[in-house]
Design a protein around this ligand. Structure first.
Ligand SMILES: Cc1ncc(C[n+]2csc(CCOP(=O)(O)OP(=O)(O)O)c2C)c(N)n1
Ligand SMILES: [Mg+2]
Length: 1119
């Protein structure tokens, strides 16, 4: 912008304006140009949306003169000479270096004496040619021949200069009026430094200039790049497309393209033949995408890339796995056979599965790793995940510039422009802590989205316009021209390797079939499909071309196709011998070595040495080592001093508890990465991990990066204001290496709902669908504090609804109860009330022998609550995470006389204890905190219920009744309470009753249960759940009193033998252990105390909040 700005300031100043006009000798056309330029200058000056041509021409013009003047001061008018001599003109930083093919105007023979000044017409004509060149560069793509079906293609028309061209007013705008006559066609024109069409020539006949421009910019490639702010980058692109001969290929290269295209086409044809009624989302109409991806990978490998991570939707996915990744074909074909899986998990449809392959690239003879990340139906959701995974791989390899690891994202045209996450992801592309140093985006643009035409699916001219916001060049290319496509791919790979920035390849093709293979496209796109039916496929077109030019023979073409078909047939035969599919074959992020040799039920201790706590505490509370020079804000000095005082007292608040967890993991070599909006300071100003020098810009200090000399790296980074992309990114980051703690923090918990598909499709279900684990932590500030309808609840109920533990199933009790539950569940949901528990649960993420996502409700005002502190003793060796924090006061000393037990979770605990103290009810009411909500601590709830055997049990929560944990905990309390009656442990010390199958006498209030003794477990489990349900005699009874119901296992009662407990522990996913029949009974129950149901996530006003909270506390404390 600096460049344009300089030029416009000059054009606008009265003096400069005069000089400018004088120099143009007042010719009428020149005056028009002056006016137009000045007007454009005003527009541009006033508006950030610069019009590229107008500012460009002025700037180019001044720049041209400046370049001429540099070489020969006499080549410009004396007024310009004076101006440049005065040093007023600043050469912009990105001014193009003087090109080899430029020469001063003065040195140019315009037909007169060499030394004579050019006349005004000559200058005007040169300016017009420059303007036309620039028009083609800026807008030639608008007239390029991109559509293989020709529906949108503009035919060439013969213009007044006698040349046939596609470029019309859209491209040339006002300059179409400047077009020359036929008599000018042989005139020689000097080429400006901003074009490369001349090759080594400094000038060309006008006809040649125009034809070359038309050929470069309005043919099968449409290059969109002139919006890029860097002149260097613009010139780089111009050179790659304008230099004569760039599109020539050797016969070997052509044969390689043909062979690859044959495979891509043959693969779809083979699937169509063998599985004609199966959905495969074939690539027909855009098969060139396969050779295109291979070309990108070949060139990138040649330039140093060793690992490519890809994200892509359904279209052509199987083809990519087969022909780009070279996943064994038999594994792919097995997916069509509907076989049972040999391993755990629910699986996914074949066109969603991921893969990871290491292989030799035969073209470059280098080893390469290719990963295609498993993705859900939700289009584009995988984009940020791929970016996060790529970033992590770069990080672990020390690849700071992205030279070794790169990502490729493949998009559908409708999804690329329609889905907001694309924009959010592209905005991460240049952020220091999120960049992957350039992604190549490939749009498989079949000019349709399901049944919707582009004119109804986007308001932008191209589906790729979103990329303009990050200055990514966009290469549109006709997918029926394989050589044009390969050229574009080569340029894209070189662009990435040179500038490490995103770029886009828009492969404009068509879709030969319906959306999937069983869809009828003629319903909705009749005319388009009439054309498609008549259109030859790309392979045939290209083969014809190569045969015609003599590069290959018809026999060769046939034999290449036949050879590939044979390969497919052999793999097909092999696939038939398979009896099972293995999900593990489709894992995109294998963690080799992580699981091996580990006891899957052993969790490492999370308590640490007190001296480590003190060391971390001291470091964390100290100013930078060079404190004398590093000026810290006074408020922060106070924060540090308060931290120091706490450390001296061996106490930790929330920020310290978190820092202790991070610091100790870093010490143990575990990389910690915390990301999210404003996380460096913390939304509530409690964290302050990055201290800013008050006088020096960008001078910062991060104590956690300086805990120990050999510690692992710590990264904390404020993110862009996105939840969807950033959460997806961190999820992807967490997939790469299990030995890391990756955390994403929402500004307020409820904002996580804009990332819902990352939560639903990846975090909650990733392991089940794709056998992929992640230990990602979501920190969700949560708490009803009268702040208005939003900013309060993190909607914990939504996470709980997706927790996979069975409400009606009390797992076998043993020492391994907690770890088995963790192993079985899809994720952990917790709400900790003490810094020590926060410390332990964070460390437990890494101490576990497997990885589970952790959804953590975190406090807001509680961050500073004087009671929400923990002594070091609760974090030191021997201490551990407490799933439940029992009452430790007078109530616990005499439990049998306690009248009421209030179970709760989160910050309401502190309100409850205060209210209880005010009412002096410490002996009568016990308050029990459920810190780990899911998996539900059945065993500990049972223990508490048994402890307070005469007490009424209530659950209270700060959220409304239809929100918070109530719906989740209620049935689980029932299961725990019902089960609590069989703890007499009579003669069954080593056996366990499955759910509610025995009667007991510990609580006389409880009625007996029904024990439906049916088939053996193993028999039952072998039947599909539906037939089991109907086979059972159990029927559902509901007396509308849920509080007094219990559940009987429809599978049957069966006792659990601890030795065989693992059998149940490995219960097939999706098959409920206890589908459940509800039998009414009286007995201990859990009642709800708290706010009524509400449509809003919080109370609207502070006053209402206080009123409701008081009512809640009153109810909870009534005995
Ligand atoms: C987020 C989301 N919304 C809707 C859909 C349903 N859907 C599946 S494919 C499709 C059309 C996609 O068109 P395009 O991106 O052009 O890809 P193509 O199928 O044409 O290759 C739609 C709407 C989806 N999968 N994901
Ligand atoms: Mg499409």
């Amino acid at each position: 912008m600096h460049r344009a700005h300089t030029a416009f300031s000059l054009a606008l100043s009265p003096m400069a304006h005069k000089n400018f006009a004088t120099w143009l000798l007042n010719s009428s056309s020149s005056q028009k140009l002056v006016k137009a330029t000045a007007a454009a200058a005003v527009r541009t000056y006033n508006s950030a949306a610069a019009e590229p041509f107008a500012n460009g021409s002025t700037a180019t013009y001044v720049e041209e003169m400046y370049n001429s003047w540099l070489r020969d001061p006499s080549s410009v008018h004396t007024s310009w000479d004076a101006y440049f001599r005065s040093n007023t003109y600043m050469s912009p930083p990105n001014l193009a270096p003087v090109q080899a093919n430029t020469m001063p105007l003065s040195a140019f023979n315009f037909g007169g004496a060499a030394s004579a000044a050019p006349d005004s017409k000559t200058i005007d004509d040169h300016l017009a040619v420059q303007a036309i060149i620039r028009s083609y560069q800026s807008r030639g793509h608008l007239a390029s021949d991109l559509d293989p079906l020709g529906i949108l293609t503009r035919e060439k028309t013969v213009c007044k200069d006698g040349l046939a061209r596609r470029a019309n007013e859209d491209v040339l705008r006002q300059h179409s009026g400047f077009l020359f006559g036929e008599q000018d066609m042989e005139r020689q024109f000097k080429l400006p430094s901003t074009t490369f069409i001349g090759g080594d020539e400094a000038s060309l006949p006008l006809k040649e200039i125009l034809n070359r421009l038309e050929n470069v910019y309005c043919n099968k490639i449409g290059v969109e790049f002139m919006f890029i702010n860097s002149l260097e980058q613009c010139n780089w692109i111009r050179k790659r497309f304008e230099t004569p001969g760039v599109l020539s290929f050797t016969p070997e290269e052509k044969r390689l393209i043909l062979a690859r295209l044959t495979r891509a086409t043959g693969f779809e044809a083979f699937l169509a033949k063998k599985y004609s009624s199966e959905k495969r989302f074939g690539l027909e109409g855009c098969e060139i995408m396969i050779p295109a991806l291979k070309e990108i990978i070949d060139v990138s490998t040649e330039l140093g890339v060793e690992s490519v991570i890809m994200g892509m939707p359904h279209r052509g996915r199987l083809n990519t796995l087969a022909n780009v990744c070279r996943k064994p074909l038999n594994q792919i074909f097995t997916q069509f056979a509907g076989l049972e899986a040999a391993d755990d998990g629910s699986g996914d449809v074949k066109y969603h599965l991921g893969t990871y392959i290491e292989r030799l690239n035969r073209v470059t003879n280098k080893n390469i790793r290719l990963a295609v990340v498993a993705n859900p139906s939700h289009l584009e959701a995988v984009d940020p995940v791929v970016q996060g995974k790529t970033r992590a791989e770069q990080f672990y390899r020390g690849d700071q510039e992205g030279k070794k690891v790169m990502s490729i994202l493949i998009h559908g045209d409708a999804a690329y422009c329609g889905q907001g996450v694309v924009y959010e992801t592209m905005h991460l592309s240049d952020l220091p802590d999120y960049t992957t140093h350039g992604t190549i985006h490939v749009v498989a643009n079949n000019q349709i989205g399901f049944t919707t035409d582009p004119r109804f699916s986007r308001s932008s001219p191209y589906c790729t316009d979103v990329a303009r916001v990050v200055n990514a060049p966009i290469f549109h290319v006709n997918a029926d021209d394989p050589e044009a496509v390969m050229h574009v791919c080569k340029v894209a790979a070189e662009w990435r390797a040179t500038f490490h920035k995103d770029c886009v390849i828009d492969l404009v093709g068509y879709r030969r079939n319906g959306h999937n293979e069983i869809d009828e496209p003629m319903f909705t796109q009749p005319l388009m499909y009439q054309k498609i039916r008549k259109h030859k496929n790309c392979l045939d077109l290209y083969a014809d071309k190569l045969i015609a030019e003599g590069t290959v023979t018809g026999e060769e073409v046939k034999s290449v196709a036949a050879k590939y078909e044979n390969i497919c047939e052999e793999a097909f035969a092999l696939a038939k011998t398979e009896t099972h599919v293995k999900y593990k074959d489709w894992l995109d992020s294998p963690w080799s070595g992580f699981f091996e040799g580990k006891d899957p039920l052993k969790v490492a201790p999370t308590g640490i040495k007190e001296e480590t706590l003190i060391h971390i505490g001291n470091r964390f509370s100290s100013p930078p080592p060079n404190a004398a020079e590093f000026v810290i804000h006074k408020g922060l000095m106070r924060v540090l001093a308060a931290r120091k005082a706490m450390v001296d007292d061996k106490m930790a608040d929330w920020a310290l508890g978190e820092a202790m967890a991070f610091g100790s993991l870093l010490k143990e070599g575990i990389h910690v990465r915390l990301s999210g909006q404003d996380v460096e300071r913390g939304t509530f100003s409690h964290r302050h991990h990055v201290l800013h020098h008050q006088l020096v810009d960008k001078a910062t200090y991060n104590a956690l990066q300086h805990m120990y000399p050999d510690q692992a790296p710590y990264s904390v980074s404020n993110s862009s204001l996105s939840e969807y992309a950033v959460l997806g990114f961190e999820h992807g980051y967490s997939m790469t290496n299990p030995n890391a703690l990756v955390l994403w923090e929402a500004q307020f918990g409820d904002f996580s709902n804009t990332a819902q598909s990352i939560i639903d499709q990846f975090i909650s279900s990733g392991q089940s669908k794709w056998v992929r684990q992640s230990g990602l932590v979501m920190l969700l500030p949560h708490g009803m504090e009268g702040m208005g309808p939003e900013h309060s609840s993190c909607r914990v109920e939504r996470f709980l609804l997706m927790s996979s533990d069975d409400p009606d199933y009390f797992p076998p009790e043993s020492d391994e109860f907690a770890i088995r539950q963790l192993h079985d569940i899809n994720w952990i949901v917790a709400n900790c009330t003490t810094p020590a528990n926060l410390f332990h649960i964070l460390r437990r993420q890494v101490a576990l022998p497997f990885r589970k996502p952790l959804i953590l409700c975190t406090p807001k005002s509680l961050l500073r609550h004087p009671e929400a502190k923990s002594p070091f003793s609760e974090m030191s060796e021997g201490s551990e995470f407490l799933r439940i924090i029992p009452d430790r006061g007078p109530a616990a000393e005499n439990p049998s006389s306690v009248k009421k037990v209030v179970f709760c979770t989160g910050r309401v605990y502190y309100d409850l204890t205060k209210a209880r103290a005010e009412k002096q009810l410490e002996k009568d009411i016990a308050i029990v905190r459920v810190e780990q909500i899911s998996p539900f601590p059945f065993d500990l709830v049972k223990e508490q219920a048994n402890l307070y055997k005469n007490a009424e049990l209530v659950w209270t929560q700060e959220e409304h009744k239809n929100q918070g944990c109530w719906s989740y905990v209620q049935p689980r309390f029932l299961t725990a309470l019902n089960h609590s009656r069989d703890v007499s442990q009579s003669d069954e010390q080593s056996t366990f009753s499955n759910t509610t199958t025995t009667t007991d006498n510990t609580n006389t209030n409880q009625a007996s249960n029904i024990d439906t003794d049916t088939d053996s477990d193993s028999e039952q489990k072998s039947k599909p759940w539906l037939s089991r349900m109907f086979a059972s005699n159990n029927k559902i009874e509901n007396d509308n009193d849920n509080d007094a119901t219990t559940t009987v296992n429809a599978i049957g009662h069966k006792h659990f033998d601890l030795k065989n407990a693992r059998h149940d522990f490995n219960r097939p996913a999706g098959i409920a252990a206890a589908p459940g029949v509800r039998i009414a009974k009286t007995g201990r129950k859990i009642s709800y105390v708290g706010r009524a149901c509400s449509a809003s996530t919080a109370t609207g006003s502070k006053a209402q909040h206080i009123r409701e909270l008081n009512a809640l506390l009153n109810d909870a404390m009534s005995t």
